[in-house]
Design a protein around this ligand. Structure first.
Ligand code: ADP
Ligand code: MG
Length: 466
């Protein structure tokens, strides 16, 4: 029928507009490398902030003692304590707790958010068992993983540049988030010092390095997306401080804010961006990360419902609700292997109130998921290639007949961890771009919640008692 033809036409157009042939991905990777240089050259030189982390030494394995970490980044926050035993003992004992953030706090006031976090942290500290040892007279120390862009002023202080990922809280931008947390901890009667303030990418990099010496970059694919990597200190023109002894500095790219004319942007992306809390910003993130993929699928399905009556004569009311289709649901539909696409049928009914869908319709829904997920995964692969190029680890040496050093990228985030089609597509694409031979020495290592351990390791190496 004409309606079906219209739905298929919308799909075809989506496919064309989202296309990411290798040539285009190379342009994206090159643009990423160019922007990295620009962001390192001067403050405000690029959409990529290329933030200096003040981490110039990554964990060695010698770290010892009891340390805490707090990870605030998306829908949940995690508190963690770890007893580090040095080279012999490694991680002697570790405990983690996850607390979901009440949505009202994500758009409330700064004090409310930090008070809530400090209260949860205080409860967690109160449950510390005898397996953990704090030497007498010492203050507990914390690594604070804060996964929003921060202008770092030292290893343990920094001001919030902007909120992202659905957070929009009055009165925090421009403030020192460590001071905010410290004030809230004092309010809870909690005697604890923040010895390291780190982005989750930095935490993941540190946690990854602790286990594997060849980790030189970290990528987050969760609610949002971001990356960090190890840079030569002398290759950071905007850094006017003393050169660190190690000669290295870890850079938090804030790659979610990457933008390029080479990115395949559709009408759906434009509308999502316009209606978002941070319009014009985080464009790369809005194409790739878990917060947005399901929402993009919803927008395509809505158009198909409106213009091609895909789900019957009227538009299903729930389909008009922003963010009702979350990425885990999209992922469940995308991975449906049953012959009648039962999961797709169930999810459409449960989440969107659409019943009695035909197999043909369900297949169309899966195709939409496929296009949106693979575009995101391929663009993420291009971003990683951009970093490898900047580091001279993209396989050029191997192609010239030289030795290829092992390169490990620590990866964290629920999107990468759980969305198998996405992660497989990312790895395949990276291999395809780098070439089989060079790709053999590049490893993507899943480091689930590595950022918590990483932050506690950095708290240890920046302890006031060293
Ligand atoms: P955060 O990024 O908030 O720190 P996580 O790394 O745990 O937290 O990532 C959570 C995000 O991962 C969710 O917002 C969601 O987008 C995505 N995600 C979680 N589970 C799945 C899943 N099964 N399939 C696809 N995406 C998922
Ligand atoms: Mg996280």
């Amino acid at each position: 029928s004409g309606r079906w033809a219209r739905a298929v036409a919308i799909l075809k157009e989506l496919e064309e507009k989202c296309a990411t042939p290798i040539g285009k991905l190379r342009q994206v990777a090159d643009a990423m490398t160019v922007e990295m240089h620009a962001g390192l050259a001067s403050e405000g030189g690029s959409n990529l902030k290329m933030l200096i982390s003040y981490v110039d030494n990554l964990p060695t394995g010698d770290e010892t003692g009891l340390f805490y970490a707090l990870d605030l980044g998306g829908t949940n926050f995690r508190v963690l304590r770890v007893q580090l035993g040095g080279k012999e003992g490694h991680v002697v004992k570790q405990e983690v707790e996850e607390v979901s953030i009440p949505p009202s706090l994500m758009v409330g006031s700064s004090n409310e958010l930090f008070d809530f976090i400090a209260a949860e942290l205080a409860k967690f500290v109160a449950s510390e068992g005898e397996e953990f040892h704090l030497p007498a007279g010492r203050q507990r120390e914390l690594g604070f993983t804060f996964s929003f862009p921060v202008n770092q002023t030292s290893i343990s202080s920094g001001t919030l540049i902007k909120w992202t990922k659905g957070f929009s809280i009055d009165g925090t931008v421009g403030e020192d988030v460590v001071a905010e947390l410290t004030k809230a901890m004092e309010g809870q009667g909690l005697d604890m010092r923040v010895s390291a303030l780190v982005n989750d990418t930095i935490g993941t990099l540190a946690g990854g390095r602790y286990h594997d010496n060849d980790v030189v970059a970290a990528v987050i694919l969760g609610t949002g997306t971001n990356a960090a990597y190890v840079e030569h200190a002398h290759a950071i023109p905007k850094w006017h401080g003393l050169l660190p002894k190690s000669g290295e500095m870890v850079i938090n790219m804030e790659w979610g804010n990457f933008k390029s004319s080479h990115l395949p942007i559709t009408e759906y992306d434009q509308a999502l961006d316009l209606e978002s809390l941070n319009s014009g910003e985080q464009i790369f993130e809005k194409l790739i990360s878990g917060m947005y993929l399901g929402e993009l699928v919803r927008r395509v399905l809505l158009k198909m419902a409106e213009e091609a009556a895909l789900f019957g004569d009227s538009v299903p009311p729930k389909l008009e609700i922003q963010f009702i289709l979350r990425t885990p649901v999209m992922s469940a539909m995308h991975h449906d292997t049953s012959s009648d696409l039962r999961v797709v049928g169930t999810k459409l009914k449960e989440i969107l109130g659409i019943s009695n869908t035909s197999l043909k319709t369900r297949k169309l829904v899966v195709e939409v998921c496929d296009i949106i997920a693979k575009r995101g995964a391929r663009l993420a692969a291009a971003g990683i290639l951009g970093i490898l190029k900047k580091q001279g680890r993209d396989g050029g040496a191997a192609r010239d007949g030289g030795d290829m050093q092992r390169t490990v990228i620590a990866m964290d985030g629920g999107l990468y961890e759980h969305y198998t089609i996405f992660s497989n597509c990312l790895e395949t694409t990276l291999r395809e771009m780098i070439g089989e031979e060079a790709a053999a020495s590049i490893v993507i290592k899943l480091a689930t919640d590595g950022s918590g351990i990483g932050a506690s390791l950095l708290a240890a190496s920046h302890s006031q008692y060293l």
